[in-house]
Unconditional design. Structure first.
Length: 101
């Protein structure tokens, strides 16, 4: 008879406590390392650059939203507020880009 408690599935790794967003912000996207620790204006400007988001400002905005959503609980209130400010700036850029078409 097995001991009471949680049964382990064979072949399944134990869930790591490390957040995978750490690799998302540097591996699966093109922003420079440490970008999301800077001020809102720098974040917005950098994510709007063609070398970072070649498909346009909207692509950069999606990267930022992905980071905000994935960082979740790990963000402090000040950092979250700064990222939201960057998001608002980028939304304005997207609006201007669309009105020029």
């Amino acid at each position: 008879m097995k001991a009471p408690g949680r049964a382990r599935r064979s072949g399944v790794k134990a869930r790591s406590r490390r957040r995978w967003v750490r690799t998302v912000k540097t591996v699966s996207t093109a922003p420079p390392p440490g970008l999301f620790t800077k001020n809102a204006r720098t974040i917005a400007r950098t994510l709007a650059l063609p070398r970072v988001s070649p498909k346009g400002v909207t692509s950069g905005l999606r990267m930022l939203m992905f980071f905000i959503n994935r960082a979740g609980k790990g963000l402090g209130p000040r950092r979250r507020a700064e990222l939201v400010r960057a998001k608002r700036m980028m939304q304005e850029m997207v609006g201007k880009e669309r009105s020029h078409r």
